[in-house]
Design a protein around this ligand. Structure first.
Ligand SMILES: Nc1ncnc2c1ncn2[C@@H]1O[C@H](COP(=O)(O)OP(=O)(O)OP(=O)(O)O)[C@@H](O)[C@H]1O
Ligand SMILES: [Mg+2]
Length: 253
């Protein structure tokens, strides 16, 4: 059987006595789309930080495609095929759309690392790959716009295009539709749905419509533990999920 794209085994993380992840297990087969939902502070972003190597767990194991990653650096995991976007934007808002993508492309080209950014376009392959990403994700028309002038929806698309610069095999999206209008959230959902089928996707989402549309399987995290896991229709109907999370969500609506 093929190795899972992502395997998390009994991962624990505490921040100065506060337990953020309390024995989390998660297996994502290659090519699966997994939605990760749960209340604020459930540990969702912490799990992404453990997967990408930003945080070392206090206990437990993380592997990518069967290879143990516990001691691997952020860069080593990116080379193994892990890409991500952030809950708080990492766009350079004073630069153009094109320059942002170009920096992301150059970051994964060792030959471009020491080049000052203005001349990156001259590094072999950088300009071509940048154009390809801009065209594919319909950002070509706004390539010369400064990022701060873009609509929020387009900024989120730009972040995804940048995360794809390294040709990841696993992509982690942390609340891609946060702060978007219903219309832009639907557009972003279409963009995520159009990602390559071979790509394994983990999406943290507060918007239930997006989570249940994108996820083949939905994992519910609460208080650092996996509360439930299953196909969207099963999770939607699960009493424990409704009580712990969806009920609270409905009250707020
Ligand atoms: N760097 C940190 N230092 C201290 N505590 C942290 C840190 N990062 C997260 N925490 C705590 O760990 C817990 C889980 O936080 P996390 O950000 O993973 O939750 P989340 O599920 O992503 O929440 P949200 O939906 O609000 O983004 C929270 O109690 C949070 O305050
Ligand atoms: Mg978070």
């Amino acid at each position: 059987m093929a190795e899972p794209a992502v395997s998390v085994q009994d991962v624990r993380v505490t921040f100065r006595g506060v337990t953020a992840l309390d024995g989390v297990n998660l297996t994502v087969p290659a090519g699966q789309r997994r939605a990760l939902i749960g209340p604020n502070g459930a540990g969702k972003t912490t799990l992404f930080n453990v997967l990408s190597g930003v945080i070392r767990p206090d206990a437990g194991r993380v592997s990518l495609f069967g290879e143990d990653m516990n001691r691997a650096s952020v860069q080593a995991r990116a080379q193994k095929g892990l890409g991500r976007t952030f809950q708080i934007t990492n766009l350079l808002s004073d630069l153009s759309v094109r320059d942002n993508v170009m920096l992301a492309v150059a970051a994964v080209k060792p030959s471009a690392r020491i080049t000052f950014w203005r001349s990156l376009a001259t590094v072999p392959g950088v300009a071509d790959r940048t154009e390809e990403l801009l065209r594919r994700w319909e950002l070509w028309g706004v390539r010369d716009h400064v990022v701060s002038e873009l609509a929020y929806g387009q900024q989120r698309v730009l972040e995804i295009a940048m995360a794809l610069a390294s040709d990841p095999r696993v992509l982690l999206l942390d609340e891609p539709t946060a702060g978007l209008s219903k219309r832009d959230a639907a557009m972003l959902t279409d963009v995520a749905a159009a990602l390559p089928e071979s790509l394994s996707l983990l999406v943290i989402e507060h918007d239930m419509d997006v989570a249940f549309t994108l996820g083949d399987v939905v994992t519910v995290l609460a208080d650092g533990k996996v509360l439930a896991e299953g196909p969207p229709d099963v999770i939607r109907a699960s009493p424990v999920v409704i009580e712990t999370y969806l009920g609270e969500h409905d009250d707020a609506a």
